[in-house]
Design a protein around this ligand. Structure first.
Ligand code: B16
Ligand code: MG
Length: 216
C-alpha cells in the first residue's frame, strides 16, 4: 500500500536547473568546454563535484586541474548559483506542486525529500515549503549519488516506511534508475524518461487521482 512520497527537488518542485545551468556555463567557459543542451541535461541529479568532472571531461580537460583547483571551481559555481537561488520565491514553485503537497498532507501521506542538492533546505525555505517535509535526506551523508538507490532508500527510512510503500518523483533519468533500484514506485516528470512506472508530461498533470488511476 502506498503510504508516502519521496520528491526530487530540481525539476520537480522548482526549476532550479536553469540556475545550475547558468552557473555551470560560466565554469565551462572558464575551462574551455563547449556548453551544450546535452551536457546540461547530463548534469541533472548529479552531485556538484561529479557535475564538474563531467564538464571537464566533455572538453577533454579532466587531467588539467588539481584537486584544490577543482574545489575552487566548484565553490565559485556554488556562490554564483546561490546568488540566483536568493531570488526564488513561492511563485517559483512548479505548476500544481503546492496543490499536490496539500492533497498528500490532507490524506496523511508521509512526505520526504530526496534531492542531491546540498542547498535543498535553503531552497525549500525560500519556497516556503519546509513544513511539508517530514524527512529530508542529507546528501553529504551518502556514499553514492543517483543512479545508486541509496538516496531513495534513505528517504523511505526518514519517513519510517518500507521502499514498497513509497513513490519517488523524478525528472532525471539517473533519478528514475535510483527509484527503481530502491524498489519504489517511479513517477517520471517528462515524456522522454525511460523505465518510469508512471509518467506525466509536466508537474501540472500530476495529481493523486491520476497516480491512483494509473496504478490500478
Ligand atoms: P548542489 P536534484 C541536483 O538536484 C541537481 O539536479 C544537480 O544539477 C546538482 O548538481 C545537484 O543537485 C547538487 O546540487 O550543488 O546544490 O549541492 O535534482 O537531486 O534535486
Ligand atoms: Mg531533478
Amino acid at each position: 500500500d502506498l503510504k508516502g512520497f519521496a520528491f526530487d527537488l530540481d525539476g520537480v518542485i522548482a526549476d532550479t536547473a536553469r540556475f545550475h545551468g547558468q552557473a555551470w556555463n560560466e565554469v565551462a567557459k572558464k575551462v574551455g568546454t563547449e556548453w551544450t543542451d546535452e551536457l546540461a541535461n547530463n548534469l541533472k541529479g548529479v552531485s556538484r563535484m561529479d557535475s564538474l568532472e563531467l564538464i571537464l571531461k566533455a572538453g577533454g580537460h579532466e587531467n588539467d586541474y588539481s584537486q584544490a583547483e577543482k574545489e575552487a571551481l566548484a565553490e565559485e559555481k556554488n556562490n554564483n548559483y546561490l546568488k540566483l537561488v536568493d531570488t526564488l520565491t513561492p511563485a517559483d514553485i512548479l505548476p500544481g506542486i503546492k496543490n499536490f503537497l496539500d492533497k498528500l498532507k490532507a490524506k496523511n501521506y508521509k512526505i520526504a525529500l530526496a534531492s542531491a542538492s546540498k542547498n535543498a533546505p535553503k531552497i525549500l525555505k525560500q519556497l516556503q515549503l519546509t513544513d511539508y517535509f517530514e524527512g529530508i535526506v542529507n546528501p553529504a551523508d551518502l556514499k553514492k549519488g543517483k543512479p545508486d538507490p541509496e538516496i531513495y532508500l534513505e528517504a523511505a527510512k526518514s519517513i519510517g516506511l518500507k521502499p514498497d510503500q513509497v513513490a519517488g518523483i523524478e525528472d532525471a533519468q539517473a533519478g528514475i534508475a535510483a527509484i527503481n533500484a530502491a524498489g519504489e514506485l517511479s513517477i517520471g516528470i517528462g515524456e522522454s524518461l525511460k523505465n518510469a512506472d508512471i509518467k506525466f508530461a509536466d508537474t501540472s498533470e500530476m495529481t493523486l487521482e491520476a497516480i491512483k488511476e494509473r496504478m490500478a
